[in-house]
Design a protein around this ligand. Structure first.
Ligand code: ADP
Ligand code: 5GP
Length: 196
């Protein structure tokens, strides 16, 4: 049967950035659930797991010395410090999935995305919240931050939003269903580009 997505021998890479609390995890999980040919890159981080997070699904949780060893060994496609913790994308994970024909979605911050714009063929997608007020209420709803961390995330969010123009696509996550429709359309269009 012809499928709407999943027809390439080598998968594509998609880089998604959005301020914390915008809804990028929600949107990317929807993609992974709908399409078996889409996988999310599982990053390494020195941050401690949140109560609902699972090792190997959400992140590989490692210590700072372990992370530094991986930097020295050249294992990361990119890495960055975000809110005092280190986060990095595994080169091996991404390449292996692409070789299997899977589209890989890297959900990373703007510092990491800017590094990759210089050196990797990928489609760059920025997701914004409809407003900073709404972002605040989503962060509250998620209950994963202290008040101090919340203020820090909101101020960083404004800096990140100012970089949206550097990405190929910009989606505003106001109504979830509409934002998802745009996101899935981008993947479908990219797979049908000529010259791949
Ligand atoms: P991120 O991964 O960007 O930090 P999450 O996916 O964890 O964000 O979403 C943050 C919160 O906002 C969650 O409670 C999620 O259910 C909610 N959310 C996501 N998208 C929307 C939307 N379009 N409208 C309202 N709430 C949303
Ligand atoms: P959180 O701690 O809320 O899961 O993520 C904080 C920020 O780190 C988010 O913007 C998230 O996209 C980003 N992030 C997660 N993994 C990586 C990664 O591998 N590299 C970079 N540069 N950022 C990442």
């Amino acid at each position: 049967m012809t499928q709407i997505l999943g027809g390439l021998k080598k998968g594509l890479a998609f880089v998604v950035s959005a301020p914390a609390g915008t809804g990028k995890t929600t949107l990317v999980r929807m993609l992974v659930e709908e399409f078996s040919c889409v996988v999310e890159s599982v990053s390494h981080t020195t941050r401690s797991p949140r109560p609902n997070e699972v090792e190997g699904r959400d992140y590989f949780f490692i210590s700072k010395p372990e992370f530094e060893k991986k930097i020295q060994a050249g294992e990361f496609l990119e890495y960055a410090e975000v809110f005092g913790n280190l986060y990095g994308t595994s080169k091996k994970f991404v390449l292996q999935q692409q070789e299997k024909g899977k589209h890989v979605v890297l959900v990373i911050d703007t510092q990491g995305a800017l590094q990759l714009m210089e050196k990797m063929e990928a489609t760059f997608i920025f997701i914004s919240p409809p407003s900073l007020e709404e972002l605040k209420s989503r962060l509250h709803r998620r209950k994963s931050e202290t008040e101090e961390a919340m203020a820090q995330r909101l101020s960083w969010a404004q800096k990140e939003i100012s970089l949206a123009g550097r990405y190929h696509y910009h989606i505003i996550n106001d109504h979830l269903k509409i934002a998802y429709e745009v996101l899935r359309s981008i993947l479908i269009a990219e797979e049908h580009k000529t010259g791949l």
